[in-house]
Design a protein around this ligand. Structure first.
Ligand SMILES: Nc1nc(=O)c2c([nH]1)NC[C@@H]1CN(c3ccc(C(=O)N[C@@H](CCC(=O)O)C(=O)O)cc3)CN21
Ligand SMILES: O=c1ccn([C@H]2C[C@H](O)[C@@H](COP(=O)(O)O)O2)c(=O)[nH]1
Length: 277
């Protein structure tokens, strides 16, 4: 995971202090790109132990198209708790836009089903895109995330905003545009999540693995993560683990938590950090 550590080091050393919505303050840069060859191992950060269980459940929850965190809660995943209403509502966030994008005539568009169909039937297309950025549903910034969710707006505007797939020589690649990135806490989750999603889509479309390309807008280190960043940058990266996916699963909607097994994950100890809400 040298690419990730290089980004972290670059922002620590060259990032410029910038105030932000949460009040914590950041060191920030604008524009960066990383590339991971998915055939060379599963890109999970090794310089701190990452909680893959939360990442897998979050991805399965996106694929279900839900706006409520009940499924996450049932599975002990707490990463979205701070933004939800008391009833667990986040408003029409990622999953809802992927599966139930509201169209003009009251109908909804299932972008994920359409994407899989197009990858199978027209792999050369340059239009394999899913977008979660829906300007009609962005939150009202004068009220809190949970107050937005309560009135049917997104609790937070999507950070992983738009992604595109690309097929070449039977290999599937994915590029994500992430408009805003918390490098210490969010990015290890985002890399692993999109790498896994690309592997799952490759399996159900009978494609080999290409690259995951991760493109950033505002990539930042929160000022209260800088000690943790120094600790992490003092550690040597370890060989990448492998991800086993149950080969029997043939539909993107049929995966369950038991269909994944992370193998040979060697990692340095976990490093705690506070999340800015
Ligand atoms: N400031 C901020 N950073 C984010 O990464 C982020 C947000 N806000 N808001 C929305 C989602 C929620 N995400 C989160 C939320 C919490 C953790 C977190 O606390 N991670 C810990 C514990 C992991 C666990 O409980 O599984 C970590 O050490 O990785 C990570 C990503 C990613 N997003
Ligand atoms: O998947 C995610 C979701 C969120 N983040 C981070 C990026 C920012 O630090 C905050 C969102 O705040 P905004 O003011 O809306 O940009 O959450 C992430 O890194 N990955």
């Amino acid at each position: 995971m040298k690419e990730y550590l290089d980004l972290m080091r670059h922002v620590r050393d060259e990032g410029v202090e910038k105030s932000d919505r949460t009040g914590t303050g950041t060191k920030s840069i604008f524009g960066h790109q990383m590339r991971f060859d998915l055939s060379k191992g599963f890109p999970l950060v090794t310089t701190k132990k990452c909680h893959l269980k939360s990442i897998i459940h979050e991805l399965l929850w996106f694929i279900k198209g839900e706006s409520n965190i009940a499924y996450l809660k049932q599975n002990g995943v707490k990463i979205w708790d701070a933004w939800a209403t008391e009833d667990g509502e986040l408003g029409p966030v990622y999953g809802v836009q992927w599966r139930n994008w509201p169209a003009q005539n009251g109908e909804t568009i299932d972008q994920l089903t359409q994407l899989i169909h197009d990858l199978k039937n027209n792999p050369d297309s340059r239009r394999h895109i899913i977008t979660a950025w829906n300007p009609a549903l962005l939150p009202d910034t004068s009220i809190s995330p949970d107050a937005n969710a309560a009135i049917g707006k997104q609790a937070l505007p999507p950070c992983h905003t738009l992604f595109q797939f690309y097929v070449l020589n039977g290999k599937l690649s994915c590029q994500l545009y992430q408009r805003s990135a918390d490098i210490f806490l969010g990015v290890p989750f985002n890399i692993a999540s999109y790498a896994l999603f690309t592997m799952m889509i490759a399996q159900v479309c009978d494609l080999e693995l290409g690259d995951f390309v991760h493109t950033f807008g505002d990539a930042h280190l929160y000022l209260n993560h800088l000690e943790q960043v120094d600790e992490q940058l003092s550690r040597e990266p370890l060989p990448l683990p492998n991800m086993w996916i149950n080969p029997e699963v043939k539909s993107i909607f049929d995966f369950t938590f038991e269909d994944f097994e992370l193998q040979n994950y060697q990692a340095h100890p976990h490093i705690k950090a506070a999340i800015s809400v």
